[in-house]
Design a protein around this ligand. Structure first.
Ligand code: GRF
Length: 215
């Protein structure tokens, strides 16, 4: 079996997706090791979750940097100190500059709580509700130089139900995120994800409950 791929997980808040990754490892997903959790904010619950799991943590404060470029450089330098080969953005609410994509080409994965390209940006759940869609969902994708735009690795739909508010819809979306993100990270870290242009295939396996991706 190949060595596990060292990864960094980037967070900004509660870290429930980080927890899903930690739990997947605890259940014996051996394809990656989370070497460090990096937050752009101090004192968030996700940092506590990492510490409880014995994972190194670092804060790279957004407010401590003059601009997006120097923030991005600091994030990547911190990740590099741990020798990681991929970044997983799990509820990371900052946009990295294109320099990050050059340093980790096709090796930055983001989870977004909508079916991209619908509802990119910082408010996808309220945006879906106010737009009146009957289906939204979860997208796990590679990060490229544009926001919420890179090649899609996996998607799963979530219905919008009568009477949903932001909290109820987001909770249903997050339940899917917590399964889909670890599946994608495991597939990527075990070398089963191939990207050609915008098209992603996953070899010898499927991702998602309804959606078969690749062969
Ligand atoms: C997730 O729904 C993620 O998709 C979005 O922000 C939320 C973060 O949740 N970008 P958590 O910090 O993983 O609990």
């Amino acid at each position: 079996m190949p060595d596990p791929l060292p990864i960094a997980v980037l967070i900004s808040g509660s870290g429930s997706n980080l927890q899903a990754l930690i739990d997947a490892q605890a259940r014996g997903a051996p394809s990656c090791t989370i070497e460090v959790v990096i937050s752009d904010r101090p004192g968030v619950k996700g940092l506590e979750r990492a510490e409880a799991a014995g994972i190194e943590t670092r804060v790279v404060g957004w407010a401590d940097h003059a601009d997006r470029g120097s923030f991005t450089e600091a994030v990547c330098d911190t990740a590099d100190e741990f020798g990681v080969e991929a970044l997983v953005l799990a509820g990371f609410m900052r946009i990295l500059s294109p320099a990050a994509v050059r340093r980790y080409p096709n090796a930055i994965i983001n989870v977004h709580p909508a079916l991209l390209p619908s509802f990119p940006g910082a408010r996808p759940v309220p945006d879906a509700l106010s737009h009146g869609v009957v289906l939204t969902g979860v997208t796990v994708h590679f990060v490229d130089e544009q926001m919420d735009h890179g090649p899609i690795i996996a998607q799963e739909a979530v219905p919008v139900l009568a009477g949903d508010d932001e909290a109820s819809l987001h909770a249903r979306i997050q339940a899917i995120e917590h399964r889909l993100l670890p599946e994608v990270v495991d597939a990527f870290c075990s070398g089963r994800v191939r990207v050609e242009g915008r098209h992603v295939t996953v070899a010898s396996g499927t991702i998602g409950e309804d959606n078969e991706v690749g062969a």
